[in-house]
Design a protein around this ligand. Sequence first.
Ligand code: OAD
Length: 251
Amino acid sequence: MIYERVTEELKERFREAWAVAVLTGAGVSAESGVPTFRGGGGAAVWRGMPVEKIATPEMWRADPVTFWQWYAYRREVIGRAEPNAAHRAIAAWERRFERLTVITQNVDGLHQRAGSRNVLELHGSLWRVRCPQCGVKMEDRRVPLPEIPPRCPSCGGILRPDVVLFGEAVPEAVFSQAVAATATCDLFLVVGTSAIVYPAAALPVLAKQNRAFVIEVNPETTPVTEIADVTILGRAGEVLPRLSPEGNGGG
Ligand code: OAD
């Protein structure tokens, strides 16, 4: 069913939930000024190149300068961004439910900055780098980067962001935790994702198969709309605080 607003019935569902999992995508950070990959009729392009071509292991190997210029640009945009009302509402829910798991496809770290602690980063983090040559992995929050491409302090190899690039698999350990949280929740929210990139896109179906109530929040319909119990058409920063009136500023 498609709703234009949060109803009393939905608030009641929310009040009664015990174990909640929230799958988020780029749309949850849109109101923080972080561009989405899709939606609004367009696909992401940077300097005339589709992002699907840049953010790949092939580009990292063939042209690490262009590859890292794109990531340096993303680090600048995301480094300036602040968590929005949607991130804050989700963070507050951690205190409210017996169990709350955030499963995010975002690499921006904004859920954690808003205060969420139980976050599964399916696609890694922009704020970590690793060296494929010697295996070193470390946090790296430098904006701007001192050199492009950045090099490993241990062996001098070219670093890469610790993110899942196009064509790469989601790390198994984090995905199996996401599956466990999804299969055992009674309320599953799908927020700001076009829900077409696998394996994340399989999670709402799994939630439904395990009898969770599935609520989607997105200004547009997606493939999840067909299986969701309710799709609330709206922006995450406006809709999420309304699901939990107390402490989140709105009814
Ligand atoms: P997309 O860019 O594919 O989809 C963003 C979704 O957010 C769209 O459905 C929009 O309608 C919706 N949206 C836009 N503004 C919103 C708002 N204010 N509130 C709620 N929703 C809003 O982003 P993802 O689904 O996250 O992977 O994309 C999945 C993956 O595709 C990304 O993690 C990335 C990309 O390939 C990798 O980089 C591996």
